[in-house]
Design a protein around this ligand. Sequence first.
Ligand SMILES: Cc1ncc(COP(=O)(O)O)c(C=O)c1O
Length: 365
Amino acid sequence: MNQVRLMKPYISFDEVEADFRGVFESGMFTRGQHVEAFRKELASFTGARHVHLATSATTALWVCLKLLEVGPGDEVVVSDFSFPATANVVEDLGATPVFADVSRETYNMLPETLEPLLTPRTKAVIFVDALGNPSGVHAISDLCRRRGIPLIEDAACAIGSAEAGQRCGAIADLTCLSFHPRKLLSTGEGGAITTDNDEWARWLDVKLAHGARGMKGPGLDFVDYGYNFRLPELQAVMGRKQLAKLDGIVDERSRIRDRYRERLEPMGFQAQGVGPGVRYNVQSLVFSVPDGQSRNDLIAALKERGIESTLGTYALSATTYYTRRYGVSNPNASWLEANTITLPCYEGVDVHLVCEAIGSCLAAG
Ligand SMILES: Cc1ncc(COP(=O)(O)O)c(C=O)c1O
């Protein structure tokens, strides 16, 4: 059993007990007051005009692609350093994911890696806030706007982050959030779509309600066919509690990041870079390892010392499936997958203990 975990939840049972009891007593386990309140609070927090809740960021991304009518023959450019869900939703709809390489500093797609990949078949771009870092999203948004291509921000990791004073959720045409337990705001599973586009919001209102709009006699009026990806009421309670304290969580994680940097940069580690005017939520605290150091050996050596760590994230084009399917390779994404490490980051983590252990692993070779 690891003694130092990678992440700890920012929510306790005590915080939700009274509201959970209220939900049980009312019997309103879905479409209740907490779901509605969570939607409104997310809109006000992010600055987005419309919020639609979903069961995960994966379903949120998939729905956004359906909204944009992405299908066979289309291409969608995706950041190559991400979790496979980003590309899987494109693949699932019969379109082609086109993998854009990323910056070795911020780990994000750049205008110069995106622009050469745009073709008349490009139906959308999915920019990923890698590990919660939105650095450069405005530059990509400007480019997409100039080219008339819708931009989806995969902000699965980025709730609470911002660039140029705009929070993730209020920057791209469509933004998808995740509430998975590795995220700062966790509802177990869960997600959301944000947009300022009224027409798209109306489409989402209908499609995410089984295709119903209003009533027809005593029943619903099914004006379209649709889906059910609803976030249940108990999950909304959990989300609301964490959203209320999210800014404090982001500030604290930023201070933890500074303390790690002070200790690790002199040893040759380099922190994920953050651009000017960026508020970074530090969803995952990621460093590249010193030159010549095997990242895998370091993870194994830390594990022996009771400290949990993991890789940064994945080069999507280099997964077994996408390599076999498309045979594309991006040097920076592949380098980052091989050379970055995620370290424990949460309230009360013993930074000194982890850094001492890293120092001793390095010294032991
Ligand atoms: C960048 C990115 N996109 C999408 C997802 C999928 O999120 P979910 O687990 O909510 O479906 C993840 C999950 O880690 C992610 O990191």
